[in-house]
Design a protein around this ligand. Structure first.
Ligand code: CP
Length: 313
C-alpha cells in the first residue's frame, strides 16, 4: 500500500501540525458562520454536490451530530458509516475497509477512532480531506477550536488569560488539544489533577501543574472541567467518587472563591455530581457549556467549508 506524505493544509488532524494561517482561517471562518447562524444568511449551496463520509469507530453524541448538522446546513450530503454493521465484524482489515470506502470517492472523511494517530494514517492513503473527530487520548482539534472560539467570544482574547483544565488530563484528547492550542494562542494553562491523572510528560512552556484544585483555579479566567472517562478508567478500581468530587469537583462554593468573571467550560459528556455540580453546570453567569456546544456547529461548518471548498486535494 502507498502511504503518501500528508499536506497539513489539506486535512485537519491535530493542532501542533496545523499551520498558523490555517488556524487563523478556521477561527475567522467560525466567527463568520456564528454570525450567519445567529442572523440568517447561511448559503446552503456552499457545499452542494459534496458527499461526506462520517466514520465513527467510537461512540459520539455531540461531535457526530454537529458534523452532520454542519454538513446539512452547508448543503452537503453526509453518509454515516456504521462499524457494527460492517465488514469489520467479518475480520476485514482496517486499511482494506478504508481503501474500499475511499474508492467510492467521498469529498471528505470525518473519522473518530480509539487508536493513536489513526486519522493521520487514513490521510496518507485517501485522496480527500480527512478531519480528525477524536483519536485516542491525543487529539480532538475541532473541539479545541470551538472551545477557543467560545473563550474569544466572552473574553475578546486568549493571550494573557489563565485557563485551568481540571480532571483526567492524561486520558483526555480534549485536554491534549486544548493545551496545544491555548498555549499557542498565548494563554497560560493550569493543569489540575490527582497525580495518577497527569500525563507522564508535559510541555514546559506556559503550563503549570497543580494537585490542589483550589490553588489551580484561584486566578483562572477560564475553568475547563473534563469528563471523567468512565469508559476508559477501571471504575472497579475507582470507587471513591465522593472523594473525587470533594477534591476535584467544581462546586458552587469553589466557584465563589474564584475571579468574579471566571467562565466555566465542559466539552461533555457531563458527569453531574462528579466532576461538576449541577448548580455550576447550569449557572447562568459563569457556565458557557451550552454556548460551547453550540459553537461546535459554526466551527465544523468553517472546517468543512475551508477543507472541502478551498483545500480539497
Ligand atoms: N465533546 C465530545 O467529543 O463529545 P462526544 O463524545 O459526544 O462527541
Amino acid at each position: 500500500m502507498l502511504f503518501r506524505p500528508v499536506d497539513p493544509e489539506s486535512h485537519l488532524l491535530d493542532i501542533p501540525g496545523l499551520p498558523a494561517p490555517m488556524l487563523e482561517a478556521y477561527l475567522n471562518r467560525t466567527g463568520f458562520y456564528a454570525e450567519k447562524l445567529a442572523n440568517g444568511g447561511v448559503d446552503r449551496s456552499t457545499l452542494s454536490g459534496k458527499t461526506i463520509l462520517n466514520l465513527f469507530f467510537e461512540p459520539s453524541t455531540r461531535t457526530r451530530t454537529s458534523f452532520e448538522m454542519a454538513a446539512y446546513r452547508l448543503g452537503a450530503n453526509i453518509v454515516n458509516w456504521d462499524p457494527d454493521g460492517s465488514a469489520a465484524r467479518k475480520g476485514e482489515s482496517f486499511t482494506d475497509i478504508i481503501q474500499s470506502l475511499a474508492a467510492l470517492r467521498p469529498d471528505g472523511i470525518i473519522i473518530r477512532h480509539a487508536k493513536y494517530n489513526t486519522p493521520h494514517m487514513v490521510a496518507q492513503i485517501v485522496d480527500c480531506p480527512v478531519i480528525n473527530a477524536g483519536d485516542s487520548w491525543r487529539a480532538h482539534p475541532t473541539q479545541a477550536l470551538a472551545d477557543a472560539y467560545t473563550i474569544l467570544q466572552r473574553k475578546g482574547r486568549i493571550g494573557g488569560l489563565t485557563v485551568a483544565i481540571c480532571g483526567d488530563v492524561a486520558q483526555s484528547r480534549v485536554a491534549a488539544c486544548n493545551i496545544a492550542l491555548l498555549t499557542r494562542l498565548g494563554a497560560t494553562v493550569n493543569l489540575i489533577a490527582p497525580p495518577n491523572f497527569l500525563p507522564p510528560t508535559l510541555p514546559h512552556q506556559n503550563v503549570a501543574v497543580f494537585t490542589d484544585m483550589d490553588e489551580g483555579i484561584r486566578n483562572a479566567d477560564v475553568i475547563m472541567m473534563l469528563h471523567l472517562q468512565k469508559d476508559r478508567l477501571d471504575m472497579s478500581a475507582f470507587t471513591d467518587t465522593v472523594g473525587y468530587h470533594h477534591a476535584y469537583g467544581l462546586t458552587g462554593e469553589r466557584l465563589r472563591r474564584c475571579k468574579g468573571d471566571v467562565i466555566v467550560l465542559h466539552p461533555g459528556p457531563l458527569n453531574r455530581g462528579l466532576e461538576i455540580a449541577d448548580d455550576v453546570a447550569d449557572d447562568p453567569h459563569h457556565s458557557l457549556i451550552l454556548q460551547q456546544a453550540a459553537n461546535t456547529l459554526p466551527t465544523r461548518m468553517a472546517v468543512l467549508d475551508i477543507l472541502l471548498n478551498e483545500k480539497g486535494q
